[in-house]
Design a protein around this ligand. Structure first.
Ligand SMILES: Nc1ncnc2c1ncn2[C@@H]1O[C@H](COP(=O)(O)OP(=O)(O)OP(=O)(O)O)[C@@H](O)[C@H]1O
Ligand SMILES: O=C(O)[C@H](O)CO
Length: 506
């Protein structure tokens, strides 16, 4: 198999392991007929009487279908809020396993057009609220949560109107608020977010199964943490609103709610009936890819599952890492060139402030590598693209094209480039199968890509400055370098696979 085929296999295996059905079936079991018990990742929850299910998020339909199969007749009733049109598009894509069976006990409510709260999502949220409020100490509530859950569970605290909350969310997002900031505000203004759903379900046992789409898997940020204790107070919310210059023209209703919000977060003791369990994440996906890569004979290193930062700088980080591996393969691992690249890399990594990135240890591991075994570097997270052009693209395609350009430049400036003696494939893809508003999940690149593109008359830099990576990749060599998977039904952010092997000349 070629490096490219290997990269694709690794990407697919990473995504495969966090697809709703396999993920749920691996994490959850129901055992014992007389006194059934729910087993979730080694934790045991007795099903004393009735078992209910609620869920909200983009991947929740597939999770619910798998959960209903596992729970069988023990499930009394369920309600899930999922994106508008999802059943039809999964049907069209032939992904039957993600759909509920006829006569399912789970009611599906579709809403949140364009990932924004709307009356349909509100109707679903009210139904979920009523179900939670009616539970008793003998009941167990299984809560399925995935990315997109915030917009799908809107329950503004009165007198805030849905339209007012929608407008505020839109303004924060358009002013560049990060998801952590956005969700601090959402939690303060919502009845069900910030642990609200769990508190309403008391005294029932609440078990939440969470598919994380946020860097670092913070329980109180994913879908605005409806079953997690929030560490934020109304002060934090006011700070976010002030930062984005929104404090002075808030609707009266929002001011009323802010002024009567408790100043301290709810005490942890109030969550003793709740268990939040992450069953799918970027880390789990990368671990599976590592297992596969090792099986294929690669020396495999996971850089981080929390890669973040401006796409151009992250591309430079990857180019420098690739250069270091190639220098090591060609016997130049120690010397002025390596020292220079290593120094630049450390500085850039410090500037990017990627959480948990232990580069020193990583570089140490690279030092011991020989050319006999190929190397696989795996990483995940989400970069940021500041849109400046009017083109069509996504952050993965833009990252791949920028890495291609960086490798081309590094090669062009060195007389005898160590890269020239290595075969390299870089792949970046969104695990949801959709990179930005395009039909591709991401793209592949190699050091030869930009040179070949230039020879065919493609001005790569012009495509990049217009954020037009999709147009480039779909036109160049008949779309050969695009990664097209179709919608996967899951989402644990993005994944990068870098494969490097020494060629015979080195
Ligand atoms: N022309 C473009 N070039 C590069 N990136 C783009 C372009 N247009 C949009 N994007 C990026 O695509 C992202 C939006 O796409 P997408 O819907 O895949 O986001 P997402 O954050 O992955 O959403 P979700 O978490 O729901 O999957 C934004 O980060 C935006 O910066
Ligand atoms: O729904 C949300 O809040 C985002 O997708 C983050 O989980």
């Amino acid at each position: 198999m070629s490096l490219r085929e290997h990269a694709l296999t690794l990407f697919r295996s990473a995504v495969g392991t966090v697809r709703p059905a396999p993920m749920l079936k691996k994490a959850v079991k129901l055992q014992g007929d007389g006194c059934p018990q729910l087993l979730v990742k080694g934790q045991v929850f007795p099903v004393k009487r009735d078992l209910y299910l609620v869920g909200f998020g983009k991947a929740v339909l597939g999770m619910a279908a798998a959960a209903e199969e596992i729970l069988g007749d023990h499930l009394i009733r369920g309600i899930i809020n999922v994106p508008l049109g999802i059943q039809e598009s999964l049907q069209r894509a032939g992904m039957q396993e993600m759909l509920l069976k006829p006569h399912s006990k789970i009611q599906v409510i579709e809403g949140a057009r364009n990932n924004l709260p709307d009356p349909e999502a509100l109707r679903g949220a009210v139904a979920i609220q009523e179900l939670a409020e009616g539970l008793t100490v003998d009941d167990l509530l299984l809560v399925l949560i995935s990315g997109g859950g915030s917009a799908l569970l809107p329950a503004p605290i009165l007198p805030i109107l849905l339209e007012e909350k929608e407008k505020l969310t839109k303004m924060l997002a358009s002013r560049g608020a990060a998801i952590q900031e956005l969700n601090i505000v959402r939690k303060t203004l919502s009845l069900l977010k910030g642990g609200g759903l769990a508190r309403l379900a008391y005294p029932a046992q609440v078990v939440s199964l969470i598919l994380s789409d946020v860097i670092g898997d913070p329980l109180d940020v994913i879908a605005s943490g409806p079953t997690a204790a929030s560490s934020h107070s109304v002060q934090d919310c006011l700070q976010v609103l002030a930062k984005y210059n929104l404090l002075h023209n808030l609707p009266k209703s929002v001011e009323t709610v802010l002024s009567s919000s408790p100043t301290k977060p709810t005490a942890l003791e109030d969550y003793s009936h709740v268990c939040n369990i992450i069953i799918g994440s970027n880390t789990l996906a990368l671990d599976e890819a590592r297992r596969q890569a090792e099986g294929l004979g690669y020396t495999t290193l996971i850089l981080s599952a929390a890669i973040c930062g401006e796409v151009g700088r992250v591309a430079t980080l990857y180019c420098q890492l690739i250069q270091l591996v190639c220098l090591g393969f060609t016997g130049l691992g120690e010397g002025p060139l390596s020292d220079e690249v290593r120094g630049n890399l450390l500085q850039l990594a410090a500037e990017l402030e990627i959480p948990g990135l232990n580069l020193a240890e990583f570089l140490q591991a690279l030092r011991g590598l020989g050319p006999e075994r190929p190397v696989c570097i795996l990483a995940g997270g989400e970069t940021t693209v500041k849109l400046q052009g009017t083109g069509k693209g996504g952050r993965n395609q833009e990252l791949a094209l920028r890495v291609g350009l960086g490798l081309y430049r590094a090669q062009a400036t060195k007389v005898s480039s160590p890269q020239g003696r290595c075969e390299i494939v870089f792949l970046s893809g969104g695990t949801d199968g959709q990179d930005g508003p395009t039909e591709a999940a991401g793209a592949f690149c190699s050091p030869e890509l930009v040179d070949e593109a230039l020879q065919e008359g493609f001005d790569v830099e012009a495509f990049l400055s217009n954020n037009d990576s999709y147009t480039f990749f779909s036109q160049f060599q008949g779309g050969h370098h695009l990664l097209v998977t179709g919608l996967t039904g899951t989402n644990v952010m993005d994944i990068q696979v870098i494969l490097i092997r020494a060629t015979e000349r080195s």
